[in-house]
Design a binder for this molecule. Sequence first.
Ligand code: HEM
Length: 475
Amino acid sequence: SGFPSLLKNGLSKIGVPSGVLEILFKGVDDVEDYPKIPEAKGAIHAIRSEAFFIPLYELYLTYGGIFRLTFGPKSFLIVSDPSIAKHILKDNSKAYSKGILAEILDFVMGKGLIPADGEIWRIRRRAIVPALHQKYVAAMISLFGLATDRLCQKLDDAATDGEDVEMESLFSRLTLDIIGKAVFNYDFDSLTNDTGIVEAVYTVLREAEDRSVSPIPTWEIPIWKDLSPRQRKVTEALKLINDVLDDLIATCKRMVEEEELQFSDEYMNEQDPSILHFLLASGDDVSSKQLRDDLMTMLIAGHETSAALLTWTFYLLSKEPSVVSKLQDEVDFVLGDRFPTIDDMKKLKYTTRVINESLRLYPQPPVLIRRSIENDVLGKYPIKSYLPFGGGPRKCVGDMFASFETVVAVAMLVRRFNFQMALGAPPVEMTTGATIHTTQGLKMTVTRRMKPPIIPEINMEGLKMEGTARILEAE
Ligand code: HEM
């Protein structure tokens, strides 16, 4: 060992207390006792235009599964090694916080479940996870079906008119409509309308994404915050969304007060199966600011992620006609003309595998961020893992929700339509915000499949519905 250790030993011998030595030599012995982490040289250029995980990937090829990258005063460890990732996310997760991500997202998510750390996170996780129980997920499958059916009708019009469609924005609207209903029983109806509230959600979302890739936090400069038209727009958008959320919380509270139903594990109000309703009925004792932060967090977490997953799935499918045929065979066989139900989820095996493969190739979000808050050893053991919804205690709470949501959407869309890249469509390239976006949209041509499907009969009772059980084989 080198000079710092000698000095530390020496000081210890002349009676300097060990606590003081720990503080003085914090970080020093780690460097002495373990091999040095490789340091990537050279700045990353054009981080705003290119998807930043591409240069990170190139550096990984040069420097390996763990290396250090320094931007000015900030230093990051870039970890790609699966065993080290598992160690950070799961085995020793308590040594890490959300760090810079929580700071960047504070303006929109506050202390919501994604940025929250420590005690607040533990309490909120325990309150929220039970809301996504089996019966809730089953009700959500009906919701996914109804929402995707609205998208099908839109695509049907486009197919009739021979108009190309931009699927990335349509998927974003589909998943916004779904998550609004699912989390706080609000129908954005963004597939049909462009209301102020929909625009406000996108304003806030774009701002969150821009901030997460912006090197200089101009929004923190006090005068700028008040003068910049863009920041004023963000403030107004946030106010509008918060007002709507406050209204929804108040309405839901009144509903819960008038309700006869006793709260139990699989509690669900059929008229309003939302997570908000569950939380209020459970007697969740929480400030309205915290509740709003959690709702806003889920609104954003469950919206762009699923949309990005669907976008890249359809992009990949456009290049694999044989996969599409197999997919359509499975969907015809399992669903026929019915709306999907929870029992279909385990039968739609190939569809689920298509979704999983898309998430493996285009992970959302592509980069997970942590801040080290105590000393830790990052060893290397050869364990293979892929982390589609994160891992460990901070794993995504909406993993099953999102898998089923995207399985239903893919199944219902490929059942009725064929999708091809539109003639003269712009090249599909990646860029990153929080999730992987395309640079210029996913312009596709939709055509109806030859066999005209029979529109399912819906028995609307709250969200419950029964399709006519007609399997194609029987026709
Ligand atoms: C966390 C992915 C859909 C709510 C996460 C994480 C990932 C992820 C990777 C971990 C982040 C980290 O470790 O830093 C996805 C993907 C989705 C999806 C790919 C869709 C395809 C949803 C949905 C919801 C949701 C639909 C809400 C119902 C959350 C929440 C967390 C989270 C609340 C934070 C959990 C915690 O920190 O304890 N998600 N998610 N996500 N996700 Fe999702």
